[in-house]
Design a binder for this molecule. Structure first.
Ligand SMILES: *Cc1c(COP(=O)(O)O)cnc(C)c1O
Length: 402
């Protein structure tokens, strides 16, 4: 069989929904409903309900969602925001675009998300500003105002522990939920399941096409339980105007267009089912790798329901394994090959190799395997087989034949 296995499938789901998507586009076209209007408010309402939050404001991208969340949430130029370097660069870019400085905390060994223990240790090592009571970043001596955990690969960060540290040190909490649409986490503090994007002061989602909920173009959203913050985001996305041509603050052109909102509203109805299919596929991969010590499968905390935006394993000779899979017609990805603190764009921050040992190690070991809702068992068996072959492990049942 020479069938190739794609890394993700951006065609299948749209073919299935083609009639509905086309109809939505036709409606927009015939009514010249391109910006704002009913499609946007309907999607915002449905997306907020899906994530158990009071408010959702559609914006132009996940990056804008992060920026607007931080600014509307009160992060000021000259402050520091703590986050992880084991993420897509947009997390840090948004902090910088808000005029603040990102400071990177190393990740948890199992979840690869921002580590609350290292977060606390870092904060304890920072001097306290006598005036504000906030800690001052050791690197830039600027007040540490907020923490921005990322729910990487669709697995939520340990929000109970992060919130506890944040409370103790007076930090605002924001969430980068750009990879975690619908992910859940059992909060022991609140004794209930909580969704990604419903915990922090404000949270960011991306609708980049490959995300668990993707637009047919660019898009993003801010979720929050604070109506005043949501109103601020709605101003920021629209040149800071509260009514037409009356600009209260300097803003941006950062709106979610009505055509994308219409598409997203249609696709949102399938998100829960798509997430369930991803979880089932992840369980099949887990089973396939369970006896192979050469392959570290994703950690799943007992009190979490990750949505597997990506299924990421760790292997020793990653580049060789990736090349083998590629030769076998299997699409893979690396998320991410260069941690943010070592990116050229952030070289002025003065970080060095060795500053975040675990993050740096992950960059050399992670490999994202094909993952999409309708990946078949046959496709997954082949991925498992080829991965085990590439790490030099004979398949069970075949080993005795040689
Ligand atoms: C995709 C992504 C973003 C940025 O979203 P865009 O819509 O591409 O701007 C931010 N953070 C993380 C973790 C992401 O995966």
């Amino acid at each position: 069989m020479n069938d190739t296995i794609p890394f993700l499938d951006l065609i299948g789901p749209h073919l299935e929904l083609e009639a509905e998507l086309t109809e939505s586009f036709r409606t927009a076209l015939r009514g010249a409903m391109f910006i704002g209007g009913g499609a946007l408010t309907s999607f915002e309402k449905n997306f907020a309900a899906f994530h158990d939050v009071a408010e959702c404001a559609g914006v132009a991208s996940g990056t804008d969602a992060l920026l607007f969340a931080l600014v509307a949430g009160g992060v000021q130029p000259g402050q520091t925001v703590l986050t992880t370097a084991n993420t897509f660069i947009a997390t840090a870019e948004a902090i910088t675009q808000a005029g603040a400085t990102p400071e990177f905390i190393d990740v948890d060994e199992r979840s690869y998300n921002l580590c609350p223990v290292k977060l606390r240790a870092y904060l304890e090592s920072c001097p306290r500003d006598a005036q504000t009571g906030l800690r001052l970043s050791r690197r830039t001596q600027t007040p540490i105002a907020a923490v921005l955990p990322v729910h990487l690969y669709g697995q939520m960060a340990d929000m109970d522990a992060i919130e506890e540290v944040a409370q103790e040190f007076g930090l605002l909490v924001f969430e980068d939920a750009c990879q975690a649409h619908g992910a859940e986490y059992y909060s022991k503090r609140d004794k209930r399941w909580r969704k990604a994007g419903s915990i922090g002061l404000a949270s960011a989602f991306s609708f980049y096409p490959g995300k668990n909920l993707g637009a047919c173009g660019e898009g993003g959203a801010v979720t929050t339980n604070d109506p005043a913050l949501a109103a601020q985001v709605r101003m920021l996305r629209d040149h800071g105007q509260s009514r037409k041509y009356h600009h209260d603050v300097l803003g941006y052109n950062g709106r979610l267009d009505a055509i994308q909102a219409g598409f997203l509203d249609i696709k949102l109805k399938h998100l829960a089912e798509w997430n369930r299919l991803r979880q089932a596929a992840a369980a099949r991969y887990d089973e396939g790798f369970k006896d192979a010590s050469e392959v570290i499968a994703p950690f799943k905390a007992p009190d979490s329901r990750p949505v597997y935006h990506l299924y990421v394993v760790r292997v020793g000779d990653r580049d060789q394994v990736q090349a083998s899979l590629n030769a076998a017609g299997i699409g893979t990805g690396i998320h991410y090959p260069v941690p943010i603190h070592l990116q050229k764009a952030y070289s002025s921050q003065g970080y060095h190799v060795g500053d975040l040992p675990l993050t740096e190690r992950l960059a050399n070991e992670v490999l994202s395997l094909p993952m999409f809702p309708k990946i078949s068992e046959i496709q997954q068996n082949k991925v498992v087989e080829e991965t085990l072959k590439a790490v030099g492990r004979a398949l069970p049942g075949l080993s005795s034949a040689h």
